[in-house]
Design a protein around this ligand. Structure first.
Ligand code: FES
Ligand code: FES
Length: 159
């Protein structure tokens, strides 16, 4: 007996562009992003919702893409780290403050942390340090000790 995987016609927007793809219904959103779209800025860490390395924005909300199925993206807007830009099309304020503060070491956690921070600052532009700490509880970083990360997010507020 052979097993058959259902194919789904996915239509969505990715970093501002309309995308239509036939995908297996078993595809995770993380696999779709990295393998089908080739957007490697989204990282796979734990693969089970613990580290935040795979975080992306879906309709403006930060989600762990390893826990979401690609079919759930149908009709929605996906923003990956490649789609995070400043108003002038250059670096986003968070990217500038992370560089200025030295908040990046190996960089593996950084796309997910910037996505989580962007989600927070979109809905709460004047987020407090406590808000930032709370928002980043789902993002693990093994290198920085978090101090410079928190400082970089604080400095990006209101920019
Ligand atoms: S890879 Fe998704 S939360 Fe760790
Ligand atoms: S900079 Fe290395 S895991 Fe955060």
């Amino acid at each position: 007996m052979t097993s058959r995987t259902a194919i789904f016609s996915l239509s969505c927007r990715v970093n501002g562009l309309k995308i239509e793809r036939e995908i297996p219904s078993s595809r995770s959103l993380l696999e779709f992003i990295r393998e089908d779209l080739g957007l490697k800025g989204t990282k796979e860490g734990c693969g089970e919702g613990e580290c935040g390395a795979c975080m992306v924005l879906v309709d403006g909300l930060a989600v762990n893409s390893c826990l979401m199925m690609a079919v759930q993206l149908h009709g929605k807007e996906l923003v990956t780290i490649e789609g995070i830009k400043g108003k002038d099309g250059g670096l986003h304020p968070l990217q500038k403050t992370f560089m200025a503060e030295g908040a990046v070491q190996c960089g593996f956690c950084t796309p997910g942390i910037i996505i989580a921070s962007e989600a927070l600052l979109r809905r709460k532009p004047n987020a407090t340090l406590e808000d930032i700490k709370l928002e980043l509880t789902g993002n693990l970083c093994r290198c920085t000790g978090y101090e410079k990360v928190l400082s970089a997010v604080e400095k990006a507020r209101g920019k």
